[in-house]
Design a protein around this ligand. Structure first.
Ligand code: GPV
Length: 817
């Protein structure tokens, strides 16, 4: 199907098929006639992996022995998506794979879909880490990603008959791991608990228990760069797994007790997104992977030297802290330098600060991680002492700088009072060279609000790196038709590795032929999605309607409730106006969203969306005008099908709450127009594409603050706006709960009485924006032109650009590549 060129690998389709056959026989003793798609997928992956091995080894050696500073990305989450199609693209084997699969009697798509995507992340933060890994390799930069090999990834979402979410474990390893290499020789011991004593003037930690961290290495191939970096994910195991003594005494549970306890640490990804949750196990997870990673990095660059010169550590590697989850690394490196290698405090601190940088991904105060001091001291007593000293030194420094006491108390790493906590964002800020936000607006608000005092004390520390997304996965792989069209338009496919080249499309926005071809691409993508939805979810969206999409984690600040209230208002309008309704632009509204299992309000919103969909879709008066779908279990694979088929992208968070957003970039680059608030990276997207090609609405950050200050009264909007009243009354009346007026009472009460994220205040502006959108959509060629300009002007939202910014602003300032 695709005409695009790839870097060609020296393998023929026949050799590929033969390689798969050979592996099928060796591993399972089957031939292609007896093999399942999963087995074909496994064998093909193994073949691709085997062929990558020499380059991988070479990249690893270059990293360990080279003089370029390695980037150590520390992240509790990597939301990778399927590995095989990406590896095929990077290795230049897609065509050979496709042909080989047909020769073996399989549909290539079925084999690709046999891969259970590794969902080792929650949402934007984890996907960003995956995009950065891709870009680092594609830019031929030495990098290693460190994280956790969760036995169960992000839960599988299912909806019950009442439209409520329930969760099933994500058993992603059940068919075996086609990409991870267990590296037993690189295992590290990680210790917890116990006491600290004084011995000969030194503090000595006597841990109470420890586990074995065993790494699994995943290849991260670069696109057309030849480099294959490593993602090293740690698995927790017992040091001596099986207690034969106890087993022989018939204590079968006791025999595996240590195993079970140790395995628990890497058992499951916490399904929390932009939210803290103070679980002891989570702290264990964080320390577990960070301690193993630091030890591993030292082993990599110092090969077991007895007296390594660790003052050079920051010349070998710099660690990027992906939010606060790995921030305990600051205390751990201090511990290593002080206790294991005998460095003086001052020098250890200098080395540590030079080694770490911190990325903050939120503005929500409740998302800034804090650990109860008591829990922390129990689990990591030596680290607690170290953090106390860091805190004390910091307070002394602030006093010397004439900072007043009240401000000092507000800035302390360890809070005062009854139940002191450790504020990890503050520790990160004090212990790092650079602190960055993830979009211009976010970085500004970090400096002016969230970390204002720190910015006053360390103005030079703060910087911005606006997020980006990889064009390989989210354009080239997800949208082959658009990719072909872009390549044709530009006369080259070099844009895949240099997205700034998209600006060359700008003149084609005025070329009728190109515009028509773009419209065809979008139509075909919508038809494809309709088939996929039919096959996977049993619904069939009408491709002649506008595809209006809101996909992201379910969170009150993201305001799915604003969207569903607008849908209900439209529905109520349709019912009132009959089928010759003048304004109704036929729409298919598609939601995708998981709620954290303990987040009641988010789960209730999911239930409401499902039931609104049920009622609307069953009402014949909406035929040809409005349909609502909510396929369960939104994940990377669904995104890859849905984003290319989208006309309108919803990015409607309350201004000042979404740090950046990254799906906004993916949609714009795939030729969707955005309806959005002036929040996160929306602001920059709008600046780039032009205000006339972006549907902005709603309160901006200053207006939100002003409204808060004057006293926000949501009820007033309900009283004033008949559309809003109609929508809320409908929910309250039981129209979406089989007549039960209680089901959504909590939601309705919240909208009218509390409404923390000002849905009511923005509703009117949002409805008006949707009517402008209807108007614009009625001129398909004008709409397409805007979409093309979105693509042409969004090249800077490549994660390649983001990584280049990290390089010049954070990792290697002063150098130019
Ligand atoms: I903190 N983000 C996330 O996905 N999980 C988290 O726990 C936290 C932040 C997201 C932000 O919400 C997005 O605005 C942002 O685009 C993304 O991180 C990547 O920076």
């Amino acid at each position: 199907m695709t005409e695009l060129t790839e870097p060609r690998a020296s393998i023929s389709a026949a050799e590929f098929a033969e390689g798969v056959r050979k592996r099928l026989v060796q591993r399972w003793g089957v031939d292609e006639a007896a093999a399942s798609p999963v087995q074909i997928y496994q064998a093909a992956s193994q073949l691709v992996r085997d062929r990558m091995a020499p380059s991988w080894k070479c990249s690893n050696r270059r990293m360990a022995e080279g003089t370029t500073r390695t980037v150590g990305y520390l992240s509790a989450e990597y939301l990778l998506g399927r590995q095989l199609p990406n590896a095929l693209l990077d290795a230049g084997m897609t065509d050979q794979f496709n042909e080989a699969m047909r020769e073996l009697g399989f549909d290539p798509d079925d084999v690709i879909e046999a891969e259970h995507e590794p969902g080792l992340g929650n949402g934007g933060l984890g996907r960003l880490a995956a995009c950065f890994m891709d870009s680092l390799a594609s830019l031929d930069l030495p990098a290693i990603g460190y994280g956790i090999r969760y036995r169960y990834g992000i839960f599988e979402q299912v909806f019950d008959a009442n439209g409520r979410q329930s969760e099933k474990p994500d058993d992603w390893l059940s068919a075996g791991d086609a990409w991870g290499y267990r590296q037993t020789e690189r295992a590290q011991r990680v210790a917890f608990g116990g006491q600290v004593t004084e011995q000969g003037g030194h503090r000595v930690w006597h841990p109470a228990w420890s586990v074995q961290a065993v790494p699994y290495d995943y290849p991260i191939p670069g696109y057309a760069s030849g480099r294959i970096n490593t993602l090293r994910l740690w698995q927790s195991e017992a040091l001596d797994g099986f207690d034969l003594q106890r087993f022989n005494q018939s204590d079968y549970g006791g025999a595996v007790q240590a195993q079970v306890r140790a395995n628990t640490i890497s058992a499951i990804l916490y399904p929390e997104d932009s939210n803290t949750d103070g679980k002891r196990l989570r702290l264990e997870q964080q320390y577990f992977f960070v301690a193993a990673s630091l030890a591993d990095a030292i082993a990599t660059f110092y090969h077991g030297q007895a007296h390594p010169d660790l003052s050079a550590l920051p010349d070998h590697i710099c660690f990027q802290l992906n939010d606060t989850h790995p921030v305990i690394g600051i205390a751990e490196l201090m511990r290593i330098l002080l206790d294991d290698f005998g460095y003086e405090w001052a020098q250890a601190w200098e080395i540590t600060q030079r080694t770490f940088n911190y990325t903050c991904h939120t503005l929500l105060p409740e998302a800034l991680e804090e650990w109860p001091r008591s829990l922390f001291a129990e689990l990591l007593p030596r680290h607690m002492e170290i953090i106390e000293r860091i805190d004390a030194d910091f307070v002394r420094y602030l006093r010397d700088e004439q900072v007043d006491q009240e401000r000092i108390d507000a800035m302390r790493i360890i809070t005062r009072g009854e139940d002191p906590t450790i504020r990890m964002a503050y520790l990160a800020t004090v212990g790092s060279t650079k602190v960055n936000g993830v979009a211009q607006l976010h970085s500004r608000l970090l400096q002016e609000v969230t970390l204002r005092d720190f910015h006053t004390v360390y103005p030079g520390k703060f910087t911005n790196v606006t997020n980006g997304v990889t064009p390989r996965r989210f354009m080239r792989l997800a949208n082959p038709r658009l990719s072909d069209l872009i390549t044709e338009g530009l006369g080259t496919d070099s844009w895949v590795a240099d997205l700034s080249k998209l600006s060359g499309l700008e003149p084609l926005a005025d070329d009728d032929g190109f515009v028509a071809r773009f419209m065809h691409v979008k139509d075909d993508n919508k038809r494809d999605f309709a088939l996929y939805a039919q096959r996977r979810y049993g619904f069939s969206p009408d491709p002649s309607t506008m595809f209006d999409v809101m996909v992201k984690r379910l969170h009150e600040y993201k305001r799915q409730s604003l969207k569903i209230l607008a849908v209900i208002a439209d529905y109520s309008d349709i019912i009132a106006g009959g089928s010759d309704n003048h304004r109704a632009q036929p729409r298919t509204v598609i939601f995708g969203a998981k709620a954290a299992p303990g987040y009641a309000m988010a789960k209730l919103t999911i239930q409401l969306i499902n039931n609104v969909a049920r009622v609307i879709n069953a009402d014949p008066r909406t035929d040809g005008l409005l349909k609502v779908y909510f396929p369960a279990n939104y994940n990377i694979s669904m995104a890859e099908h849905l984003i290319p088929a989208t006309d309108l992208d919803e990015q409607i968070s309350q201004a000042g709450k979404e740090a950046s957003g990254t799906s906004n970039m993916k949609f714009a680059l795939n030729g969707a127009l955005t309806v959005g608030t002036l929040d996160g990276a929306n602001v920059e997207i709008r600046e780039k594409v032009g205000a006339e090609n972006f549907f902005a609405f709603g309160l901006n950050v200053d207006q939100v603050h002003a409204l808060d200050a004057e006293g926000y009264a949501p009820m007033a909007y309900y009283d004033k706006d008949a559309r809003l009243r109609a929508a809320i009354d409908m929910v309250a009346s039981g129209a979406f709960s089989h007549g039960d007026r209680d089901t959504y009472r909590k939601l309705v009460q919240d909208w009218l009485k509390h409404d923390q994220f000002m849905v009511m205040a923005d509703f009117g502006a949002y409805m008006d924006a949707q009517r402008r959108i209807d108007q614009a959509y009625r001129q398909p060629d004008q709409w397409a032109r805007k979409a093309i300009l979105n693509i042409a002007r969004c090249g800077s939202f490549s994660s390649d650009r983001a990584v280049e910014d990290y390089l010049t602003r954070i990792w290697m300032p002063g150098t130019r590549r």
